[in-house]
Design a protein around this ligand. Structure first.
Ligand code: HEM
Length: 295
């Protein structure tokens, strides 16, 4: 933990949002084509993996773009995220006033807000780690999909979340895919992976026990799939096995608005772990709407 403690000396200090609304709208417009090409889910995952390193007890980790540096970039959990960072890098070059941490976080929030999810309230002001001697959080702070409910609790409680937020945030798996070459898992969770919704929960709640079977992949990993080859990770399945988690899965399966409300709040909290006090005023995350005002 020596390395972790050292970080504040080197971090970019006193970063403040100096961008005006027109520039935020421009950045949003430059994120839009990346989302339109189908990379919204990848942007969501990048923003979550940066923020999800937070440890509340030591106030270390959190959204500070440490993944630009080894060894964080090379942690197995972060496989596949280099392409997301590369897609965003030109936007950073054109808008040097934004921190990488804000850009990654904003891109994730803009993605959720524009592919059918709730409009995420987003505020700027995250500092970047400035070099590889800074701060790099140890491996193992992000969840391991092979494990179960106890592991999810130890990872998310460490960030300061509770059971409801664990289930709500897991609803990120309405989006995107697992890739054998990244994680050793393979496939889509839902029939609309490019668009947010609550199908992840309706599948767990209504179909899991009747329609899914275990499968061992060439990677040696075990996952679950149904007859249309939609998959679930072991950690996803723990949400319908653990009695406390299951109540929230039922709620989100039958009430999409309840899921959206909880996801919206939990995702904002995730993106503000350890930085909330220093953030500026909200920036609109939806395309085609004025920079002020939120739903
Ligand atoms: C993808 C694990 C929570 C959003 C993945 C992948 C794994 C994984 C193994 C596949 C990566 C790949 O092979 O490319 C987990 C575990 C979690 C968790 C164990 C514990 C609960 C979350 C959360 C979010 C999220 C909280 C966002 C709120 C995503 C998205 C993808 C993804 C959007 C798809 C990325 C793509 O399409 O390339 N996750 N995740 N995950 N995860 Fe999670």
């Amino acid at each position: 933990e020596h390395k972790v403690a050292k970080r504040s000396a080197n971090w970019q200090v006193n970063y403040k949002n100096t961008l005006d609304n027109a520039e935020w709208d421009q950045i949003k417009a430059e994120i839009q084509p990346i989302i339109n090409q189908g990379f919204g889910p990848l942007l969501v995952r990048l923003s979550w993996h940066d923020a999800g390193t937070y440890d509340a007890a030591s106030n270390t980790g959190g959204p500070h773009a440490t993944m630009r540096f080894a060894p964080v970039a090379n942690y197995e959990a972060n496989n596949g995220l280099g392409s997301a960072r590369n897609m965003l890098a030109p936007i950073k070059s054109r808008h040097p006033g934004i921190s990488y941490a804000d850009l990654w976080s904003f891109a994730g929030a803009v993605a959720v807000s524009n592919i059918g999810g709730p409009t995420i309230q987003w505020r700027p002001g995250r500092n970047d780690a400035v070099d590889s001697s800074d701060s790099l959080t140890p491996d193992g702070r992000l969840p391991d999909a092979d494990l179960g409910a106890a592991h999810l609790r130890s990872i998310f409680y460490r960030m300061g979340f509770g059971d409801r937020e664990i289930v709500a945030l897991s609803g990120g798996h309405n989006l995107g895919a697992t890739h054998l070459g990244n994680s050793g898992y393979d496939g889509l969770w839902t029939s609309n992976p490019g668009s947010f919704g609550n199908e992840f929960f309706t599948r767990l709640n209504n179909d899991f026990f009747s329609n899914y079977q275990t499968e061992t992949l060439s990677s040696g990993k075990t996952q679950y799939h149904d007859s249309s080859n939609k998959m679930m990770l072991p950690t996803d399945v723990s949400l319908i096995q653990d009695p406390s988690f299951t109540g929230f899965v039922q709620t989100y399966a039958s009430d999409k608005n309840a899921f959206y409300g909880d996801f919206k709040a939990a995702f904002q909290r995730l993106q503000e772990l350890g930085v909330g006090g220093g953030l500026g005023s909200p920036v609109e995350t939806r395309f085609g709407v004025p920079t002020t005002g939120h739903d």
